[in-house]
Design a protein around this ligand. Sequence first.
Ligand SMILES: Cc1ncc(COP(=O)(O)O)c(C=O)c1O
Length: 413
Amino acid sequence: MQFTSLQQDSEIYAALQAETSRQREGIELIPSENYTSAAVLEAAGSILTNKYSEGYPGKRYYGGQVNVDAIENIAIERAKKLFSAEHVNVQPYSGSPANAAVYFALLNYGDTIMGLKLDHGGHITHGLPISFSGRSYKVVPYTCKPDGWLDMDEVERLAQEHKPKLIVAGFTAYPRAIDWQRFRAIADSVNAVAFADISHTAGLIAGKQLENPTPYFDVVMTTTHKTMRGPRGAIIMCKEKYAAAIDKAVFPGLQGGPHDHIIAGKAVCFAEALQPDFQNYARQIILNAKALADALKSHGFKLVTDGTDTHLILIDLTNKNITGKQAQTALDAVGITANKNTIPHEPRSPMDPSGLRLGTPAATTRGMKEAAMQKIAAWINDALASKDDAAKLQAIKEEVKSFCLQFPLPGVH
Ligand SMILES: Cc1ncc(COP(=O)(O)O)c(C=O)c1O
């Protein structure tokens, strides 16, 4: 990218140039990252950042809203179409504040909620004791079985015992498709709100590769980055009966002025996801994840649940004589970016856990296919086996770089 005007700020300019090279010369395997299109980048970097527009289209607290009203309405209509939603709020700043808004709208402090335990693959905002969610509500966490699969019988048993007011389904580090129908049935059996957080898989749902919970869940939240490939942000979708409460919780409950430039970027990404080609993209993400999983297994890696249905793979490194932190560091040294992660029933600590989390959305956007996944698995295997051999790591880095340069960096002219 040229960053022409930014050259006047030499420090930020230099850092952005270096980050562009890092993104261009390395393989991005963090499952929550992606490369947005040039159109999304333009919208997100546009003059809409200058505008204040507290309120909602047609009901604002400031003047000069004619264009931002149009943009917000377009974003809403596109999201409704994409997910078959009754009501959509496109203003949440990001996934965590959006989850806060859902709870704020539908719960009282001290109410009981259920979510997947963080070290089993849940998100911080699903009830971690040190997060606002764990401090504000009584949390009954559910877990995965020793084989890594969700324990749906436990979800049912805990729901019957604790009668939660809301059950969150949808996760941060779970490689398998979710049985939405069973979650819905369990929530119904105890009169709980069924809340889906599809932040990780929204692009796969929009691309029609995974089942969409929106038509029959009460509330659905998704980030618009990750597999959705849009700007950093979130939306909340819900049944009409919750619409007023959700809107009030987002503004004025928790937020002030919406980020209109990001809302424009969301509208652009929804239009992109409505194109038939986005379904090919979503299909390829999963094909790539399955190819990467199989190739890793052929190198002796153990995978949580032994594979994936999604964009995400969780490696259990306990048989490899390396920790998640050491693995992440070795991969950083060769230009492959991934993240250390806990595995269900983690024997180590969250800061140096036994797992490594990988995902294929960004590499797939870049145009990499199954053959590339074979190469990536071999580099991962070699890098981890050579973690203390700086010369070998450097040699792998050169190979990774020359491979990556064959795939242009999306969004960068
Ligand atoms: C399932 C899930 N929900 C919510 C979030 C929070 O999103 P954000 O990082 O935009 O606050 C994440 C992000 O990692 C997530 O994985």
